[in-house]
Design a protein around this ligand. Sequence first.
Ligand code: ZN
Length: 261
Amino acid sequence: MSLYCGIACRRKPFWCYRLLSTYVTKTRYLFELKEDNDACKKAQQTGAFYLFHGLAPLLQKSEHQYLPPKYNLAELERLLGKFGQDAQRIEDSVLIGCSENHEAWFALNLNSSSSTNASLQKLEMERELQGSFTELRKALFWLNVKDASLLSTAQALLRWHEAHQFCSRCGQPTKKNVAGSKRVCPASKSIYYPQIQVNLRELEAADWFSHDEVVTALRRNDPYTQQQNGTVPFWLPPKLAIAHHLIKEWVEKPTCSTLPA
Ligand SMILES: [Zn+2]
């Protein structure tokens, strides 16, 4: 990454500086929230929540595009009350990112798919929220790359937490920290860290380069080789990675002008 950064810096100093400083301040802030439960709880007060149901993100149609709506803490508490759910459910939410102004973003799965009356409740929620919980695979085609990337990360994290409710060493229930960056087994003190498939750094790496350079790189069979003029080694995530598909989506949809910042 540093090699590519150095090369990109010489070519696009302003973009490089802006991306790098934004990336560093956001990463520092997110790191703080992941480590500090109190700071993360505080961030929930001013943050925004994306909603899922059975791991499907809520989308609303506006004009000619689909958007995932965000809700603040007070709105979320009101909605949970209306759906007959305890406000404590908010503790199940996971930190998924933040804006440049340090508005923390969280994701909450309103119900797991195993619930018996899940589909009935889902319809009721969709009516109230004026949107629809949409299978992520379909949603990726309708969203811009930034939202698609965020929701992919969110879904992967929510799924990981669902699958790691119990300690694999002693079988006791594990407890997540506020941000959802780890789960701890109180009995054996084992710590489990989420492993998710979307690598945002890969998306950011693609943002260093021009649209044409990314298109050229996508056309090449071997993503690890140098560009034809030999000056810019350009790296793309492997074809099976979600990040690869998001980058591909970005170059194929001219309306989506930016990758996640
Ligand atoms: Zn254990």
